[in-house]
Design a protein around this ligand. Structure first.
Ligand SMILES: NC(=O)c1ccc[n+]([C@@H]2O[C@H](COP(=O)([O-])OP(=O)(O)OC[C@H]3O[C@@H](n4cnc5c(N)ncnc54)[C@H](O)[C@@H]3O)[C@@H](O)[C@H]2O)c1
Length: 439
């Protein structure tokens, strides 16, 4: 059992805190956002993540997990401090380290005893060293400490399972003492094999950027292939399946669509580009993935224009606003990018999402939000499917057709069968499956 402080109660911090408490540790979660701490202490969640509410309630009732505004006190009572604060992109794509450095300063002020400071936030290479410098310089006590880079790979929507069953745990440190403490914390996750990657802080930091950049490149690659399919009559599903059966390629992240989004890939890939450029390297492949991704939003709108040629004054129903299913996170969501283009074209946008409506409305107040997908579609000139929520996979197509002003659908997630949609009387377009859709 360790006394642990988690700084930042966002998607990563809350899941990390709840899971580490569940493994038997005493965990204190703190945040500079007093409103979040109040919500948590009222027994509610500031975010949506499946299974998290139950896990938190269970561990709070067993007194292993608590939430506090008292950051100083929580740091002082803990041997291990996890930093899981936001690292947004600044204007030119560089990672903004304001929150991470702020957390380091708070730790320095409260360094009353030996502590291991574990950075889980995704940061540029060299940040671990910078944190060491800040803590060394600003700590009045000059107590001992070690900094560890421990990048997080969880995915929103399946975060608890990802945390509890990680493919690997990367531990970047030069200290055997810190390594021992971290492996003790994570040890219970593994019964037989422990895929710990012990490495330097710099390598650990780059592993996270490299992993996200690789997946982003893979998504942009299949989207480029999908666009070629659209022009050649090939079917991207079959191409992707056949590619994926090759063990060297793997079927994951080969789903054509509107491009990647979310709070990680877009900012992390930009961060890697900046990192490379600062060192005189031109990261051509990664930059191309960004270019393809940005263009893919427009490709989706061009598809819509095939069904609704003059968008000005038209009403478009958007089903799905979150950047992926099972989350309320709309940061860099493809749906929001496309909505912005539609609003510029003079469209009225009606939107539905099972959990992300409030966040989307905050980001784009011009959206008309509906609690019911059929109400959002009422009289619309077309519907666009933007997130593959389960409930959007089995829409009552007869009712949908009755509700819509015109039976037009752009399925940006390739959920529906083009042949069936045609039989149901829809003008249906998806991504990279043109032969099936042709009349
Ligand atoms: N969201 C993901 O799926 C995911 C996955 C892997 C890695 N990451 C990385 O993890 C980090 C956190 O991401 P997130 O999505 O959880 O962020 P988030 O924006 O949801 O939450 C960050 C929280 O940190 C708080 N905070 C800022 N400064 C603080 C301080 N000094 N002390 C205490 N709290 C402070 C903020 O108020 C906020 O509540 C980022 O670097 C992100 O790139 C995120």
């Amino acid at each position: 059992m360790k006394n642990i402080c988690i700084m930042g109660t966002g998607y990563v911090g809350l899941v990390t805190g709840a899971c580490l408490a569940d493994l038997g540790n005493r965990v204190r979660c703190v945040d500079i956002d007093a409103e979040k701490i109040k919500i948590l202490n009222d027994g509610k969640l500031p975010i949506y993540e499946p299974g998290l509410q139950e896990l938190i309630t269970n561990n709070v009732s067993r007194e292993r997990l608590s939430f506090s505004e008292d950051i100083s006190g929580s740091i002082r009572k803990s041997e291990v401090i996890f930093i899981s604060v936001g690292t947004p992109s600044d204007g030119d794509g560089k990672v903004n380290l304001l929150y991470v450095e702020g957390a380091a300063e708070m730790i320095a002020q409260n360094l009353n005893d030996f502590k291991v400071i574990v950075n889980k936030s995704t940061v540029s290479v060299g940040t671990g060293k910078r944190l060491m410098e800040i803590i060394e310089k600003k700590s009045p006590s000059k107590a001992e400490f070690e900094v560890v880079s421990n990048p997080e790979f969880l995915r929103e929507g399946s975060a608890i399972n990802d945390f509890m069953h990680p493919d690997r745990i990367v531990i970047g440190t030069n200290s055997e003492r810190a390594y021992g403490i971290i492996t003790e914390i994570y040890g219970p996750l593994y019964l037989i094999e422990t895929p710990f990657i012990k490495t330097s802080i710099e390598t650990a930091e780059l592993i996270k950027y490299a992993s996200n950049a690789f997946l982003s490149v893979k998504i942009s690659f299949i989207n480029e292939i999908a666009n070629i399919c659209d022009k050649t009559g090939a079917d991207v599903h079959v191409v992707a399946r056949a590619m994926g059966l090759d063990g060297r390629i793997s079927p994951k992240f080969l789903h054509a669509g509107p491009g990647f989004g979310g709070s990680c890939f877009p900012k992390d890939i930009l961060g890697l580009v900046q990192l490379a450029k600062e060192r005189g390297i031109s990261p051509v492949l990664v930059e191309a993935a960004i270019k393809v991704n940005n263009a893919q939003r427009k490709v989706m709108v061009e598809k819509l224009k095939k069904l609704v040629p003059n968008l000005g004054g038209k009403t478009i129903a958007i089903l799905g606003l979150a950047f992926k299913p099972n989350t309320d996170d709309v940061r860099e969501s493809p749906a929001l990018d496309i909505i912005k283009i539609l609003l510029e074209e003079g469209c009225t946008v009606n939107a539905y999402d099972p959990v992300a409506l409030d966040n989307a409305k905050k980001a784009i107040p011009e959206i008309n939000c509906y609690d019911n997908m059929m109400d959002a579609c009422e009289g619309a000139d077309s519907v666009m499917i933007m997130t593959e929520w389960n409930e959007l996979r089995q829409i009552d197509l007869i009712m949908l057709k009755e509700k819509l002003g015109a039976p037009n659908m752009v399925d940006c997630k390739n959920i529906y069968d083009p042949v069936k949609m045609k039989e149901e009387g829809f003008n249906y377009l998806s991504v990279g499956r043109p032969l099936l859709e042709a009349d």
